[in-house]
Write a protein that binds this ligand. Structure first.
Ligand code: DCP
Length: 480
C-alpha cells in the first residue's frame, strides 16, 4: 500500500547529524592510544604550540578551548596530547578529514535524502522512512526500545513523576494517543539512534543529532547535548525553545542583522520577534528577510534537505597572519601555485570518481595597505570560467589575483610587479571551484566533452570583462 504523504511541513522528520570533535576523532582512530585522553588537533603554524582547531571532550573539561594556542592549552591541562594537522604543500592537508566525513555520509544516506552541509555535518530527511515504520512496525507496539533511543533528550519532557529519564522516554515513544507529528518523531528517534550506532560500528566515530520537523530546529537541537547524544524537538516544545533562545545562536543572526535586531528593535531572543507583525518586519528589513524573521519566530522553515552527498564546491586556502603576510607578487604567486595544485588534484578526482566538472574559478583574498586611509576597503573577489589542467588554473588564478590587486590598490596606487615591498600585505588567500555539475549522460568520453566545451573551459583570460566581483571573501557555502 502506498504511504500517504502528509502535506504539512510539520509532518516532516528532519535530522541534523554533527560529528563530535571531528578532527580529534579522526586522529584518535589513527592513533588509538590517544582514545580517552585529553587531546587537541593543532594547526600547521607552530608558533606558541600552534592554534587549536579541534578539542576532545576530555580536554574541554580542563578548560582547553579552540581559541587557545598549544602552549596555553598545556598550561590549563599539562597532560593534553597535541596532534598536528597533516601537512602537504606547506599547508594543512584536510583530505583525511574529508574522506572520513564521506564514510559517515555513505552510512547516513542509507535511510533517507542526505545533504552534506560541511566537512562533519549532514542533514537527513527521514520522512519517508518514518512514515514507512509507522505503517509497518510502529514504535507504539514495540516491546523493547533500543537503549540508545532511550537515552534521547526530548525537549519539554519533564521528569516530575520521579520516573527515571529513560522510562519517561520509553513512555513518550510508546504513547498511543500521540498526534501524527509526534508519532513520526518517535520513529525518527529510533531511526537516528540506529544510524548513529551503525556509524560508530563501521567508522568508530561518535556523533550527535537533532531530530525535529525542519532543518532549522534540527540544527539547533543537535548542539544541545553533545557528545554522542540526540535531542528531539516535539512540535509542542518549539515555542518554549525559541522564547529563550538568544538570537545570536541562530546562524544567520550572528552578524549585522542580529545587531540591528538587538539595537534597533530590542529583540534579544528569537521569541521576542513574535511581538512584531510581518508587515513591520518587512518594512524594516525588506520583504524576504521580514517574512523569514516572522517565520523563524514561529519555528517555521520551509528549507528542503537537498539530496547532495557531494560538495557544492571545492576550495583550498591558507592564512598568513601577522608577520607572515605576503608582501610581494612572487610570494603570492608561489602560494597560489600550491593552492591551485591542490584544487586541481581535487577537481581531477571529482571528475574521475563522480564524473563532475566545475565551471567557475574564484579567487578570494584578505589584504591590508600599510599606509591607508581607506582601511575598510576589501580585496575584491574575482571569478572566471574554469579551465582544467594545473598550469591553466595557476595562470588564471594569478591573473585574477593581479586584477584584484589593481583594483584594491588603485591602478597607479602601488607597484604590483617585482619583488620588493609595495605597501600592501596579503593575510589570506583561497581559490575555489564552483558551479559543479555532472557531465551529461551519454557523453562518450571526457576528452570529447571538453572539446565540446572549449569556449568555457579553455577560454582566454585576457579580458578583465571576464572577471566578476563577488561580495564574499570566504569560501562558497557547501565548500568541503
Ligand atoms: N575546524 C577548523 N577550524 C575552525 C573550526 C572547525 O579547522 N575554526 C574543523 C575542526 C573540527 C571540524 O572542523 O573538528 C568540525 O568543526 P565543529 O565546529 O563541528 O567542531 P568539532 O567537531 O571539533 O566539535 P563539536 O563536537 O563541538 O562539534
Amino acid at each position: 500500500m502506498p504511504v500517504a504523504k502528509p502535506e504539512s511541513s510539520d509532518s516532516r522528520v528532519i535530522a541534523h547529524v554533527d560529528m563530535d570533535c571531528f578532527y580529534v576523532q579522526v586522529e584518535q582512530r589513527k592513533q588509538p592510544q590517544l582514545r580517552g585522553l585529553p587531546t587537541a588537533v593543532v594547526q600547521y603554524n607552530e608558533w606558541k604550540g600552534g592554534a587549536l582547531i579541534a578539542v576532545s571532550y576530555e580536554a574541554r573539561k580542563f578548560g582547553v578551548k579552540r581559541s587557545m594556542r598549544g602552549e596555553e592549552a598545556k598550561e590549563v591541562c599539562p597532560q593534553v596530547q597535541l596532534v598536528q594537522v597533516p601537512v602537504a604543500r606547506g599547508k594543512a592537508d584536510l583530505s583525511g578529514y574529508r574522506n572520513a566525513g564521506s564514510e559517515v555520509v555513505s552510512i547516513l544516506a542509507r535511510r533517507g535524502r542526505c545533504e552534506r552541509a560541511s566537512i562533519d555535518e549532514v542533514y537527513l530527511d527521514l520522512t519517508d522512512a518514518a512514515e514507512m515504520m509507522l505503517a509497518d512496525n510502529p514504535p507504539q507496539g514495540m516491546e523493547t526500545i533500543d537503549e540508545e533511543a532511550l537515552k534521547s533528550h526530548i525537549l519539554g519532557l519533564n521528569n516530575e513523576d520521579g520516573n527515571d529519564v529513560k522510562e519517561n522516554v520509553r513512555k513518550w515513544i510508546h504513547r498511543h494517543n500521540a498526534d501524527h507529528r509526534d508519532k513520526l518523531l518517535a520513529c525518527g528517534i529510533l531511526i537516528v539512534a540506529e544510524l548513529r550506532m551503525q556509524v560508530l560500528k563501521e567508522t568508530e566515530f561518535t556523533c550527535s543529532a537533532g531530530i525535529a520537523h525542519n532543518k532549522m530546529l534540527a540544527k539547533l537541537a543537535s548542539g544541545m547535548n553533545k557528545p554522542a547524544q540526540q535531542t528531539v524537538v516535539p512540535f509542542s516544545s518549539v515555542k518554549g525553545l525559541l522564547d529563550t533562545l538568544p538570537i545570536r545562536k541562530m546562524k544567520q543572526l550572528g552578524g549585522k542583522l542580529g545587531i540591528s535586531l538587538q539595537m534597533d528593535m530590542g529583540v534579544n531572543t528569537v521569541g521576542d520577534l513574535l511581538q512584531f507583525p510581518e508587515e513591520k518586519l518587512q518594512e524594516r528589513y525588506g520583504i524576504n528577510t521580514g517574512t523569514w524573521l516572522w517565520n523563524i519566530a514561529r519555528g517555521i522553515s520551509g528549507e528542503e534537505v537537498e539530496g547532495r552527498l557531494l560538495p557544492k564546491s571545492h576550495g583550498s586556502g591558507k592564512t598568513f597572519p601577522g608577520p607572515r603576510a605576503l608582501k610581494t607578487v612572487p610570494a603570492v604567486q608561489h602560494w597560489l601555485n600550491q593552492l591551485c595544485e591542490e584544487l586541481s588534484e581535487r577537481l581531477c578526482s571529482d571528475l574521475d570518481q563522480n564524473k563532475r566538472i566545475a565551471h567557475t574559478l574564484t579567487l578570494h583574498a584578505r589584504a591590508y595597505k600599510s599606509s591607508d586611509s581607506d582601511s575598510q576597503k576589501k580585496f575584491p573577489s574575482k571569478s572566471c570560467p574554469l579551465r582544467y589542467g594545473t598550469a591553466k588554473i595557476q595562470e588564471d588564478a594569478f591573473n585574477l589575483f593581479q586584477a584584484g590587486l589593481r583594483e584594491y590598490i588603485g591602478f597607479y596606487g602601488g607597484k604590483t610587479q617585482g619583488s620588493h615591498c609595495s605597501g600592501w600585505g596579503i593575510t589570506s588567500l583561497s581559490v575555489s571551484a564552483s558551479k559543479i555539475v555532472p557531465i551529461p549522460s551519454g557523453t562518450c568520453s571526457i576528452a570529447k566533452y571538453f572539446q565540446g566545451q572549449s569556449t568555457s573551459h579553455f577560454s582566454s583570460m585576457q579580458s578583465s570583462d571576464n572577471l566578476n566581483t563577488e561580495a564574499t571573501l570566504s569560501l562558497p557555502s557547501g565548500s568541503i
